[in-house]
Design a protein around this ligand. Structure first.
Ligand code: ADP
Ligand code: MG
Length: 323
């Protein structure tokens, strides 16, 4: 059985009457890159703080590398590198000095720390600016230094809370590639929180869609749409025309629609100018095409619309589109 890096059971957190995280169950395996995807206010940061043992849990449990976070937060802190939404640095220190400072806080011997720091600065692409003051760093450079801060602890698990906020598209791309590379190279488990579906899609092995404190669906991106839209997962669009050949007059359209509706799996039928749209919980293409032809019409096309990422995006994340 695969080793569990993060194991969450029935996790709940309330702020007064407001339930920020509602009975969350989640397991993340060692070496996995998991995407916690949800719009602003979904409860992502609250969940992360509970994983780290930094905020009290109302009910349920969190284990990180087998350690109970609420009982042994300091032990968990040793295993986990956490990049918060806003990382603070000493602006008058250089990148290298900031890193050495973090190493000291984590009781890493100076000599060893220096060697590791130089190596990590190279890995995150800050080698050339390691002796410049952090005040002169761009947002992207600061985020990469934040990642270096996390890595110097040699963590088993990395938790990144919306790490790409404020980065330009090129910066986002580089940052995401860096995370994947590091995780694969060192076998680090990554929990990546974001409200950007397309970023999560680029890097994560598995994704959880988290909305209003609840996990709505979880799995590989390819299976999410199926889970979320399973009720009427199939939409079929058909184009029809009347035939000019010497055939019998066709069945009135209304009657054909009635027959379509009579197919048990069909939930809804709408008629348009030159065709129809059928929603169903099974692929009924074969039944529809035969019905159209038997009704005396020509079937110009019949296409299946499969729900995908964009549909998830529009349903759950549209509110963020204009931000
Ligand atoms: P996300 O990180 O997904 O944007 P958060 O975990 O920050 O979501 O917030 C989840 C909900 O809990 C929000 O409605 C937020 O207003 C509320 N919340 C977060 N932190 C606190 C707090 N310290 N006190 C009261 N309410 C909070
Ligand atoms: Mg947040």
């Amino acid at each position: 059985m695969a080793e569990k890096s993060i194991d969450i059971k029935g996790l709940t957190k309330k702020y007064g009457e407001h339930i920020a995280v509602n009975n969350l169950n989640l397991t993340i395996e060692k070496g996995e890159i998991f995407g916690l995807l949800g719009p602003n206010g979904a409860g992502k940061s609250t969940t992360i703080l509970m994983i780290l043992g930094l905020t009290e849990v109302d009910s349920g449990s969190v284990n990180v590398c087998g350690i109970d976070s609420s009982r042994y937060p300091l032990e968990v802190k040793r295993k986990v590198g956490y990049l918060p939404e806003d990382v603070g640095f000493y602006n008058d220190y250089t990148g290298l000095q900031n890193l050495m400072y973090v190493a000291r806080l984590n009781d890493i011997p100076q000599e060893e720390a220096k060697k590791a720091a130089l190596e990590i600065l190279q890995e995150v692409g800050l080698e050339d600016v390691k002796d410049s003051k952090v005040a002169s760093y761009s947002r992207g450079m600061r985020q990469r230094l934040g990642l270096a801060d996390v890595l110097i602890k040699n963590p088993e698990v990395i938790i990144l809370d919306e790490p790409t906020l404020g980065l330009d598209p090129e910066g986002v791309k580089k940052f995401l590639q860096l995370i994947v590379r590091l995780s694969r190279k060192k076998g680090i488990t990554v929990l990546f929180s974001s409200h950007h579906l397309h970023q999560i899609q680029q890097v994560c092995d598995r994704v959880g869609i988290f909305v209003k404190g609840k996990m709505l669906a979880e799995g590989k991106i390819s299976s999410l749409a199926q889970q979320l839209f399973s009720k009427n997962a199939f939409t079929l669009e058909g184009g029809i025309s009347t035939l000019t050949e010497d055939v019998e007059p066709p069945l009135p359209l209304k009657e054909m629609v009635q027959k379509m509706k009579a197919i048990p799996e069909v939930a809804n039928v709408e008629l348009g100018d030159n065709g129809f749209v059928v929603e169903s919980n099974k692929d009924v293409s074969a039944d529809l095409s035969r019905l159209v032809v038997k009704s005396g019409y020509g079937l110009n096309f019949l296409r299946k619309k499969e729900y995908g990422l964009d549909d998830i995006y529009y349903q759950y994340f549209q509110e963020d589109k204009n931000r």
